[in-house]
Design a binder for this molecule. Structure first.
Ligand code: GUN
Ligand code: ZN
Length: 438
């Protein structure tokens, strides 16, 4: 994929083949104490015991990460690129938060230089937190999506995104029109979708900010580009749901709006899904559209508790994400930590083995990309995170009492953040801390 020298990363290697129940579920994962990952041309040639791989590595550069843990890079399935300066805004719930903080900040992305500057900061933050693939909303301005994809291409990252379509219930300087949103999205799809590692996500922001005409245009885009993703928000907050009911009185429920305009399919990602009705759950199960659990955001905005077990029982595949800037951390470790607590409040359990599967292979499966990212299978793209469970004094102290891999993972998710991310490789190239080594 990239013309870089072969590389052999040495460390403790963990990767999943399927979702594990717990650590006893040995068929679901590989864990190798003295392991290694052999990388060539940006792809994983092999992952296995160090002794075995060093014998076939030839003159590959050896990078010794022992005693750290090597895993596939983390995947964040829902966040907002133009909200890097919205994160940590006090006091409001969803609709006021959008009007008071988010829309004014997103308006600043009409400026090309601002887009470029923020894109660079955004990708530094993703990498710093171990995230190598993300699905993001850009602002309404095509320039924001240009900056988003340009910077992803410069770093050779597998990224998904799109400009939001929004033509009502937002300030005038943040509204497009049904026709412009169609044409701008189409031009961005033509320019970026499938170019290098980029994928386009058709992005009607949510039912409140789109007229029926715009949703119809979004449906036309989906029909014309069935291989693009679709992303929007669903049932996050009670006032939001009531407003959708007023705007679309003929729809059976919130999801029924998106259904009517032909937006639902298995490449659709629906942020939040906190207050779903039984019919909506059935429709999600039938169409394969994916709910996205956004724990830190749901707590921060006081939105509610995501029913992971209830949806899974219906055969639905849930993704998990940060939702920056309603979410309060770029870290998928912090996201798992808050997710664990949300499930605790409902007497549901998130085992650390399942948790780390979720932010790697699990999210890759939800995106239909598990053949490319999310595992260390031969032929996968070499997006790799190096984790240090001793990264802080509190972690190091707790690690003295850890005896199992599950315990180590739980310490990482319960106490870890970007300080636990020692290094990140994107397509085999080390990226963290400004290191632009090979
Ligand atoms: N619903 C519509 N837009 C947004 C957004 O930017 N963040 C969140 N959390 N919910 C939304
Ligand atoms: Zn969102």
């Amino acid at each position: 994929m990239t013309d870089t020298p072969r590389k052999l990363l040495r460390g403790r290697v963990l990767s999943f083949h399927s979702e594990p129940r717990d650590e006893s579920d040995r068929d679901a994962f590989d864990y190798i104490e003295d392991g290694a990952i052999l990388i060539s041309d940006g792809l994983i040639e092999a992952a296995g015991p160090y002794a075995q791989l060093s014998a076939i590595a030839g003159d590959a550069e050896i990078v010794d990460h022992r005693p750290c843990l090597l895993m596939p890079g983390f995947i964040d399935t829902h966040l907002h690129f133009p909200q890097v300066q919205v994160i940590a805004s006090w006091g409001a719930q969803l609709l006021d938060w959008l009007n008071d903080y988010t829309f004014p900040e997103e308006a600043r992305f009409s400026d090309q230089d601002h887009c470029t500057e923020m894109a660079s900061a955004f990708y530094d933050l993703l990498i710093g937190h171990g995230t190598t693939t993300a699905v993001a909303y850009c602002s309404v301005h095509p320039a924001s999506a240009e900056a988003y994809f340009t910077e992803a291409a410069r770093r050779n990252m597998r990224m998904i995104g799109g400009k939001v379509m929004m033509d009502r219930n937002a300030p005038e300087n943040l509204r497009d029109t049904a026709r412009d949103s169609y044409e701008d999205s189409k031009a961005l799809i033509d320019r970026w979708h499938g170019k290098g590692r980029a994928h386009y996500a058709i992005s009607p922001r949510f039912a409140i900010t789109s007229t029926p005409e715009q949703l119809e245009m979004a449906g036309a885009l989906v029909a014309e580009h069935p291989d693009c993703y679709v992303q929007t928000h669903l049932s996050e907050n009670h006032d939001e749901i009531a407003f959708v009911g007023e705007l679309f009185p003929d729809a059976p429920d919130y999801l029924g709006v998106y259904e009517k305009y032909g937006l639902l399919h298995d490449k659709m990602l629906l942020g939040h899904c906190v207050h779903l009705k039984p019919r909506e759950i059935d429709v999600l199960a039938e169409t394969g559209a994916k709910p996205v659990f956004c724990p830190t955001s749901n707590l921060f905005l006081g939105s509610g508790l995501f029913d992971d077990a209830g949806l899974r029982k219906k055969g639905i595949t849930n993704a998990i994400a940060t939702d920056i800037g309603g979410g309060t951390s770029y870290s998928m470790l912090r996201t798992l930590d808050e997710g664990y607590k949300i499930l605790q409040l409902q007497n549901q359990k998130l085992h650390p083995m399942r948790a780390f599967h979720w932010i790697t292979r699990g999210n890759a499966v939800a995106l239909g990309l598990a053949d490319k990212i999310g595992t260390l299978a031969p032929g996968s793209e070499a997006d790799i995170v190096v984790l240090d469970a001793h990264a802080t004094p509190a972690m190091a102290l707790r690690m003295q009492r850890a005896e199992t891999l599950s315990e180590e993972l739980f310490i990482l998710q319960n106490l870890g953040d970007d300080r636990a991310i020692t290094q990140v490789y994107v397509a085999g190239v080390s990226m963290k801390a400004g290191t632009q080594a090979t």
